[in-house]
Design a protein around this ligand. Structure first.
Ligand code: ZN
Length: 244
Protein backbone atom coordinates (compact mmCIF):
# COMPACT_ATOMS: atom_id res chain seq x y z
CA UNK A 1 0.00 0.00 0.00
CA UNK A 2 1.07 3.55 -0.71
CA UNK A 3 0.16 6.58 1.37
CA UNK A 4 0.55 10.30 0.66
CA UNK A 5 1.99 12.32 3.55
CA UNK A 6 0.92 15.96 3.38
CA UNK A 7 1.17 18.86 5.84
CA UNK A 8 0.41 22.56 6.08
CA UNK A 9 -2.00 23.02 3.16
CA UNK A 10 -2.80 26.45 4.65
CA UNK A 11 -5.87 27.18 2.49
CA UNK A 12 -3.73 27.19 -0.67
CA UNK A 13 -6.09 25.50 -3.12
CA UNK A 14 -3.83 25.82 -6.18
CA UNK A 15 -0.94 24.13 -4.34
CA UNK A 16 -3.16 21.42 -2.85
CA UNK A 17 -4.83 20.63 -6.20
CA UNK A 18 -1.39 20.39 -7.85
CA UNK A 19 -0.25 17.93 -5.18
CA UNK A 20 -3.39 15.81 -5.61
CA UNK A 21 -2.78 15.74 -9.39
CA UNK A 22 0.81 14.71 -8.81
CA UNK A 23 -0.31 11.88 -6.51
CA UNK A 24 -2.68 10.63 -9.24
CA UNK A 25 0.02 10.95 -11.91
CA UNK A 26 2.25 8.71 -9.78
CA UNK A 27 -0.39 5.99 -9.58
CA UNK A 28 -2.49 7.16 -6.65
CA UNK A 29 -2.47 6.14 -2.99
CA UNK A 30 -4.59 4.11 -0.60
CA UNK A 31 -5.05 7.01 1.81
CA UNK A 32 -3.83 10.54 2.49
CA UNK A 33 -2.20 11.16 5.87
CA UNK A 34 -2.55 14.88 6.67
CA UNK A 35 -0.43 16.42 9.41
CA UNK A 36 -2.61 19.46 10.09
CA UNK A 37 -2.81 23.18 9.35
CA UNK A 38 -5.34 22.62 6.61
CA UNK A 39 -6.34 26.27 6.99
CA UNK A 40 -4.70 29.59 7.92
CA UNK A 41 -2.64 32.06 5.81
CA UNK A 42 -4.26 31.30 2.44
CA UNK A 43 -7.45 32.36 0.63
CA UNK A 44 -9.47 29.11 0.30
CA UNK A 45 -10.07 27.45 3.68
CA UNK A 46 -13.50 26.00 2.86
CA UNK A 47 -12.50 24.63 -0.53
CA UNK A 48 -9.35 23.02 0.87
CA UNK A 49 -11.31 21.27 3.64
CA UNK A 50 -13.91 20.18 1.10
CA UNK A 51 -11.28 18.83 -1.30
CA UNK A 52 -9.44 16.95 1.45
CA UNK A 53 -12.69 15.37 2.62
CA UNK A 54 -13.44 14.20 -0.94
CA UNK A 55 -10.41 11.90 -0.62
CA UNK A 56 -9.87 8.99 1.74
CA UNK A 57 -7.80 10.57 4.49
CA UNK A 58 -6.93 10.86 8.13
CA UNK A 59 -5.84 14.20 9.57
CA UNK A 60 -4.56 15.56 12.85
CA UNK A 61 -5.13 19.14 14.06
CA UNK A 62 -2.61 21.93 13.60
CA UNK A 63 -2.36 25.17 15.57
CA UNK A 64 -4.10 27.12 12.76
CA UNK A 65 -6.95 24.57 12.61
CA UNK A 66 -7.45 24.84 16.36
CA UNK A 67 -7.33 28.65 16.27
CA UNK A 68 -9.75 28.95 13.32
CA UNK A 69 -12.16 26.65 15.18
CA UNK A 70 -11.98 28.94 18.21
CA UNK A 71 -10.22 26.39 20.42
CA UNK A 72 -6.90 28.20 20.69
CA UNK A 73 -6.20 31.86 21.36
CA UNK A 74 -4.15 33.73 18.77
CA UNK A 75 -2.13 35.46 21.52
CA UNK A 76 0.89 33.31 20.63
CA UNK A 77 0.52 33.89 16.87
CA UNK A 78 2.56 36.53 15.05
CA UNK A 79 0.39 39.49 13.89
CA UNK A 80 0.08 38.32 10.25
CA UNK A 81 -0.83 34.76 11.29
CA UNK A 82 -3.39 36.13 13.78
CA UNK A 83 -4.88 38.37 11.06
CA UNK A 84 -5.19 35.32 8.78
CA UNK A 85 -6.94 33.36 11.55
CA UNK A 86 -9.42 36.23 12.06
CA UNK A 87 -10.10 36.25 8.31
CA UNK A 88 -10.41 32.44 8.12
CA UNK A 89 -13.03 31.81 10.82
CA UNK A 90 -15.94 33.66 9.10
CA UNK A 91 -15.04 31.96 5.79
CA UNK A 92 -15.77 28.49 7.19
CA UNK A 93 -19.12 26.70 6.96
CA UNK A 94 -20.63 25.26 10.16
CA UNK A 95 -19.58 21.79 8.86
CA UNK A 96 -16.00 22.99 8.35
CA UNK A 97 -16.02 24.34 11.87
CA UNK A 98 -17.20 21.01 13.31
CA UNK A 99 -14.69 19.13 11.19
CA UNK A 100 -11.74 21.23 12.40
CA UNK A 101 -12.95 21.09 16.00
CA UNK A 102 -13.01 17.31 15.97
CA UNK A 103 -9.59 16.67 14.45
CA UNK A 104 -7.51 14.57 16.86
CA UNK A 105 -4.07 15.68 18.02
CA UNK A 106 -2.40 12.29 17.47
CA UNK A 107 -3.15 9.39 15.12
CA UNK A 108 -1.33 6.05 14.98
CA UNK A 109 -1.22 4.21 11.65
CA UNK A 110 0.76 0.97 11.75
CA UNK A 111 4.42 1.85 12.31
CA UNK A 112 3.70 5.60 12.15
CA UNK A 113 2.55 8.22 14.62
CA UNK A 114 1.09 11.34 13.00
CA UNK A 115 1.22 14.73 14.74
CA UNK A 116 1.37 18.37 13.64
CA UNK A 117 4.22 19.81 15.71
CA UNK A 118 5.93 17.13 17.77
CA UNK A 119 4.88 14.01 19.68
CA UNK A 120 5.58 15.84 22.97
CA UNK A 121 3.69 19.02 22.04
CA UNK A 122 1.48 18.09 19.07
CA UNK A 123 0.14 21.57 18.46
CA UNK A 124 3.02 23.94 19.09
CA UNK A 125 6.55 22.50 19.18
CA UNK A 126 8.84 22.91 16.16
CA UNK A 127 11.18 19.96 15.65
CA UNK A 128 14.22 21.76 14.32
CA UNK A 129 17.05 20.85 16.72
CA UNK A 130 18.83 17.64 17.66
CA UNK A 131 18.14 18.20 21.36
CA UNK A 132 14.38 18.63 20.78
CA UNK A 133 14.38 15.57 18.51
CA UNK A 134 16.21 13.44 21.09
CA UNK A 135 13.82 14.48 23.87
CA UNK A 136 10.83 13.67 21.67
CA UNK A 137 11.83 10.08 20.90
CA UNK A 138 10.30 8.86 24.17
CA UNK A 139 6.94 10.51 23.37
CA UNK A 140 5.88 8.09 20.64
CA UNK A 141 5.63 4.31 20.72
CA UNK A 142 5.71 3.50 17.02
CA UNK A 143 8.97 3.15 15.12
CA UNK A 144 8.41 6.25 13.00
CA UNK A 145 6.77 9.62 13.57
CA UNK A 146 5.52 12.09 10.94
CA UNK A 147 5.52 15.79 11.77
CA UNK A 148 4.68 19.07 9.99
CA UNK A 149 4.49 22.63 11.39
CA UNK A 150 7.98 23.90 10.40
CA UNK A 151 7.18 23.58 6.66
CA UNK A 152 10.75 22.29 6.18
CA UNK A 153 11.33 18.78 4.78
CA UNK A 154 13.76 16.83 6.94
CA UNK A 155 14.58 13.45 8.42
CA UNK A 156 15.79 12.84 11.96
CA UNK A 157 17.24 9.38 12.57
CA UNK A 158 18.12 7.65 15.83
CA UNK A 159 21.03 5.28 15.20
CA UNK A 160 21.34 1.96 17.03
CA UNK A 161 24.00 3.38 19.34
CA UNK A 162 21.58 6.11 20.36
CA UNK A 163 23.06 9.02 18.43
CA UNK A 164 20.54 11.27 16.71
CA UNK A 165 21.22 12.74 13.27
CA UNK A 166 19.50 15.28 11.11
CA UNK A 167 19.56 14.11 7.53
CA UNK A 168 18.77 16.00 4.37
CA UNK A 169 15.55 15.01 2.66
CA UNK A 170 16.21 15.94 -0.96
CA UNK A 171 13.39 15.44 -3.48
CA UNK A 172 13.05 12.27 -5.55
CA UNK A 173 15.59 10.22 -3.55
CA UNK A 174 14.28 7.08 -1.85
CA UNK A 175 14.57 7.15 1.93
CA UNK A 176 14.70 3.52 3.12
CA UNK A 177 12.79 3.02 6.35
CA UNK A 178 14.29 0.19 8.42
CA UNK A 179 15.09 -0.66 12.03
CA UNK A 180 16.15 2.83 13.10
CA UNK A 181 13.55 5.16 14.50
CA UNK A 182 12.76 8.18 12.34
CA UNK A 183 11.01 11.51 12.58
CA UNK A 184 10.05 12.69 9.09
CA UNK A 185 8.72 16.05 7.92
CA UNK A 186 7.38 16.06 4.32
CA UNK A 187 7.62 19.88 4.04
CA UNK A 188 4.64 22.15 3.46
CA UNK A 189 2.04 21.94 0.68
CA UNK A 190 0.74 25.49 0.84
CA UNK A 191 3.59 27.59 2.23
CA UNK A 192 7.04 25.93 1.85
CA UNK A 193 9.77 27.53 3.97
CA UNK A 194 12.95 25.82 2.77
CA UNK A 195 13.70 28.27 -0.04
CA UNK A 196 11.94 26.18 -2.70
CA UNK A 197 8.51 27.66 -3.44
CA UNK A 198 7.14 24.47 -5.03
CA UNK A 199 4.54 22.52 -3.02
CA UNK A 200 6.13 19.76 -0.92
CA UNK A 201 4.82 16.34 0.13
CA UNK A 202 5.92 12.69 0.40
CA UNK A 203 4.74 9.20 -0.52
CA UNK A 204 5.29 6.20 1.76
CA UNK A 205 5.40 2.87 -0.06
CA UNK A 206 4.78 0.07 2.44
CA UNK A 207 5.93 -2.78 0.18
CA UNK A 208 9.13 -1.05 -0.93
CA UNK A 209 9.76 0.33 2.58
CA UNK A 210 10.53 3.78 1.22
CA UNK A 211 9.47 7.37 1.72
CA UNK A 212 10.07 9.75 -1.19
CA UNK A 213 9.72 13.51 -0.98
CA UNK A 214 8.29 15.22 -4.06
CA UNK A 215 8.15 18.86 -5.19
CA UNK A 216 5.30 20.10 -7.34
CA UNK A 217 5.16 23.42 -9.22
CA UNK A 218 1.85 25.26 -9.07
CA UNK A 219 0.53 28.64 -10.23
CA UNK A 220 1.68 30.70 -7.25
CA UNK A 221 0.29 33.90 -8.80
CA UNK A 222 -3.22 32.39 -8.75
CA UNK A 223 -3.09 31.97 -4.96
CA UNK A 224 -1.48 35.40 -4.56
CA UNK A 225 -4.20 37.09 -6.64
CA UNK A 226 -6.90 35.60 -4.40
CA UNK A 227 -5.03 36.63 -1.26
CA UNK A 228 -4.79 40.23 -2.52
CA UNK A 229 -8.46 40.14 -3.46
CA UNK A 230 -9.22 39.43 0.21
CA UNK A 231 -6.62 41.90 1.55
CA UNK A 232 -4.68 39.21 3.36
CA UNK A 233 -1.33 40.53 4.73
CA UNK A 234 1.09 41.34 1.90
CA UNK A 235 3.98 39.58 3.68
CA UNK A 236 2.03 36.32 3.51
CA UNK A 237 1.42 36.92 -0.20
CA UNK A 238 5.02 37.61 -1.24
CA UNK A 239 6.63 34.86 0.84
CA UNK A 240 4.92 32.23 -1.34
CA UNK A 241 7.06 33.07 -4.37
CA UNK A 242 10.29 32.75 -2.37
CA UNK A 243 9.43 29.68 -0.34
CA UNK A 244 10.23 31.06 3.09
ZN1 ZN B 1 1.73 25.50 9.37
Amino acid sequence: MRYAIIADIHSNLAAFAAVLNDIERRGGVEEIWCLGDIVGYGPDPHRCIELLRQHKNVSVAGNHDRAAAGQLSTAEFNPDAAAAVRWTAPHLTPEDFEYLKNLPMVIEKGDFTLVHGSPREPIWEYLLSISAARENLVYFKTRYCLVGHSHVPLVIEEMEAGQVFFKQFPPDIELKVGQNRLLINPGGVGQPRDGDPRASYAIYDGEAGTVVHHRVPYVISATQARMREFDLPEYLVTRLEYGY
